[in-house]
Structures are given as structure tokens and as C-alpha cells.
Design a protein around this ligand. Sequence first.
Ligand SMILES: [Zn+2]
Length: 192
Amino acid sequence: MSEIATPTRCTLCGRTFYGPAAGLGLELRAGEEAPPRMMHFVNELIKHIAAAHPAEFQLSMAKASELQGWMILSHFSSDDRRVTEQRDYFRWSIHQQTLNVRAQNLETRARQIATEFIQGQRAAELSERPDAARGAATVTVAADDEDAAHLTMLITDALEDLQQILEEPGRYQPADPEPIPKKGATPSVLPS
Ligand SMILES: [Zn+2]
């Protein structure tokens, strides 16, 4: 373990802070208490944002209240759809902000998978044949191959379905103060 503290830079103004040499306690698990030196360092960072970047600090506080709202509402069951929708909106909003990465180029990836699959399938068929074609030229799949196009479409659909389930893009409009249900869903009756 290095004795030299690793610098932590504010991305808003470039100011550098030096935390505990042992790092920020990334090995922490839920329920464990952070070491006092680490807490002290995080407090330094909080104080900096509050003093030097009040707008960002305000936003952090507003976003923190979403997490608090979701956690509190998760302890209630209700037949009131407004309660369950509000809870779901908080959950969705937190989820959108903490997604590590969003899936991209699904169709390109689907085409690669489809092409490789069809290539393998045709090579296997070819190797079964007793004639001269066996073991001959490598199998290629043309860009306009109908089987590949069909399979690409199926895989793209499956990947897009998975993306919808995992990322939930557009379930609500984040800029709006109140949740807006996605197309086809029952309209929200949340008060403003
Ligand atoms: Zn700063």
C-alpha cells in the first residue's frame, strides 16, 4: 500500500484534494462503517462543493431526496396508484443516473453474431458432405445474405427488448417535474 495519498480532482474547478493514503475505502461493504479518516476526507469534498459550487450542491441535495423518497415509500404498500407511481418514478430516476453504461450499436453487434452463426452452420454442413467441396474454400456470408438479414433482425429485436427492460429509456421524462408514463401505459394522475 502506497503511503502517498492519491489526488482527487474536482471536475468543476480543477482543485485537487489529497485523501487518505489507504484510499477511499472501495473495499467497504454495506453495513460497514467507513474509517474516520475517510469520512473526514469525504466531508472535505462535500464542503468544497457546497461552498464553491452551490448550484451543483443544490442539485445533489434534490437528487438525494429522490433516494430518500424511494427508500421511505418502499416501506409502504398502497392501492393508491399515485403512491406506487411516485415510488417507481424515484426508482427509475435513480436508476437512470447510476447506469454504468448504455448498450449501443445493437444492430451491428446482432449482425456480427448472425454472420458468425451462419458461417459456422454452413461450414459444418459442408464438412458433412462426402464430395470434393468438403474442406475446400472458407465459407463466406454475403452482405445481402437473406438468412443473415433475418437472423440479424431477430437478434436485434431480442437485444432491444433486453435493453428496454434493463435501461428503461423513456419510461418517464426526466426533465418534467412529474412522471409521464410511457406510451400505452395508464396516464399518471399525480398532483403537481
Ligand atoms: Zn471545485
